[in-house]
Design a protein around this ligand. Structure first.
Ligand code: SF4
Ligand code: SF4
Length: 345
C-alpha cells in the first residue's frame, strides 16, 4: 500500500499484472525480473561506508523504485493462492475510517500522553508499543515525515501457523498469517491514530506490508521493540521474531523509550540456525557495513527469488529459537543473569 489514502484502500498487488502470467513460476523467473546489471544489495547501500538516507526499495510503489517489475512478479505469484489474495483484498478489515482532527486540544504533559498511548494499545489490537522521535535516517529518500514522533506498534503472530513456513501453493498458512497480522497491525495503527486525532493532535498511519516514507526497522529498534537479528528481522524479548509492525506519526508530545538490548545481538554471533536453514544461503554469517552502519544483513539478490517462489518464505523467522512461544523471555533472563555474573567477576 502506498499509505496516501485510506487504510482500507490499495492492497498488495493492486493491479498492473495478470495472475495467469505468474502461474508455475520458479526462482529463475524471479531472477530474470531483476533490472539489468543491478543488485538490490547496491541499492540497499551494502559496503557503503558513509551514512545516508535509505533508498526507496522493495515494497514501495513500483514506479518509485528500480525493482518494480520483480515486485509485481512476487505479488502476482502470491495472489495465485486464494487465501492470500483474500487476506490482502479490499474486503479485509484494515480498521475504521479516519476521524477528523478535534478542534479541542486536550491538555496533558508528555508523560501523561505516553501513559495513555501505552494503555490504549492492549485493548486495541497492539501487543507492543514503543515511542521514538523521528530521525532523518528513518526516512526514505524523496519522502518526508512532518511529525516529530513515531509510535511503533507490534502485533504477535501465531507461532504454529508461522512454523508451517516455507509456503507452497498447497499450504500457505504461514503467508496467510503474515497477511492477517499486517491487517491487524493496520487496524491497531488506525485506531490509535483516531484516538490521537480525537484528542486534537495530528496523526498519520504507516501500515504494512507496502512501505512509504518510514524505514520501520531502525525506528522500531530505537523505540525499544527489539534487537536486529542475523536474519535481518527484529528479535523481541517476548515474541522473538514472531510479530509484525506498523506505526503512527504524530505531533502529540511524548516521551521516548530506550533501546532494549537483552543479548540477542551477541546470541546471534554464536547461533547459526537461520543461516543453516536458509535454502538460498542468503544470511551472512558476519555483520556487514550498510550505509555506514555495521549490522546483520541478508543478501537481497539471493533471498528474493526464493522468497517469491515460496509466497514470502519466513523460514528464518520460524526456525529462530527466540520465536518459539515462551522461549524469548526465559532466554532473555538467562542472558541477563550471565551478564550480571560477568560484571560481578
Ligand atoms: S526469508 Fe527465506 S530465503 Fe530469505 S533469508 Fe529468510 S530463510 Fe532465507
Ligand atoms: S536463528 Fe539464531 S542467528 Fe538467526 S536470528 Fe535467530 S538467534 Fe540469531
Amino acid at each position: 500500500m502506498d499509505g496516501k489514502g485510506h487504510d482500507t484502500g490499495d492492497r498488495i498487488g493492486g493491479g498492473g499484472y495478470r495472475v495467469e502470467d505468474y502461474i508455475h513460476r520458479d526462482e529463475d523467473t524471479f531472477r530474470k525480473k531483476f533490472p539489468a546489471n543491478m543488485s538490490g544489495n547496491d541499492v540497499n547501500g551494502l559496503d557503503v561506508q558513509t551514512k545516508g538516507p535509505p533508498q526507496p526499495f522493495f515494497w514501495h510503489p513500483a514506479d518509485r523504485q528500480p525493482f518494480g517489475e520483480l515486485q509485481q512478479a512476487v505479488i502476482g505469484h502470491h495472489r495465485q493462492a486464494p487465501e492470500i489474495a483474500h487476506t490482502y483484498s479490499r474486503d479485509a478489515d484494515r480498521g475504521p475510517r479516519p476521524v477528523p482532527i478535534s478542534d479541542n486540544i486536550e491538555q496533558a504533559d508528555a508523560a501523561e500522553w505516553t501513559r495513555r498511548i501505552k494503555a490504549f494499545g492492549p485493548d486495541n489490537e497492539s501487543d507492543l508499543i514503543g515511542l521514538t522521535p523521528v530521525r532523518p535516517e528513518y526516512i526514505y529518500e524523496g519522502y518526508e515525515i512532518s511529525h516529530p514522533w513515531l509510535v511503533i506498534i507490534g502485533v504477535a503472530m501465531d507461532y504454529d501457523l508461522l512454523s508451517t513456513a516455507p509456503n507452497t501453493i498447497e499450504d500457505v498458512r504461514a503467508a496467510t498469517e503474515v497477511a492477517d497480522k499486517y491487517n491487524q497491525a493496520a487496524r491497531a495503527a488506525r485506531k490509535l491514530a483516531n484516538y490521537i486525532l480525537a484528542s486534537g493532535y495530528e496523526a498519520k498511519t504507516f501500515p504494512g506490508p507496502m512501505a512509504t516514507a518510514l524505514n520501520m526497522l531502525p525506528a522500531a529498534i530505537e523505540a525499544g521493540l527489539g534487537e536486529l537479528g542475523k536474519h535481518g528481522s527484529l528479535i523481541n524479548r517476548t515474541y522473538g521474531s514472531s510479530f509484525r509492525l506498523s506505526a503512527v506519526s504524530t505531533n502529540m508530545p511524548l516521551v521516548a523509550d530506550a533501546r532494549d538490548e537483552f543479548g540477542a545481538d551477541e546470541f546471534c554471533a554464536s547461533c547459526r540456525v537461520c543461516e543453516t536453514a536458509c535454502p538460498p544461503k542468503a544470511i551472512h554469517s558476519r555483520k556487514k557495513t550498510v550505509r555506514g552502519n555495521h549490522k546483520w544483513y541478508v543478501d537481497f539478490d539471493k533471498c528474493i527469488p526464493y522468497f517469491g517462489e515460496t509466497f514470502g518464505c519466513a523460514l528464518c523467522l520460524a526456525v529462530c529459537p527466540w520465536s518459539r512461544p515462551g522461549v524469548a523471555p526465559r532466554l532473555a533472563e538467562k542472558l541477563a543473569r550471565r551478564e550480571a555474573r560477568k560484571s560481578a567477576t
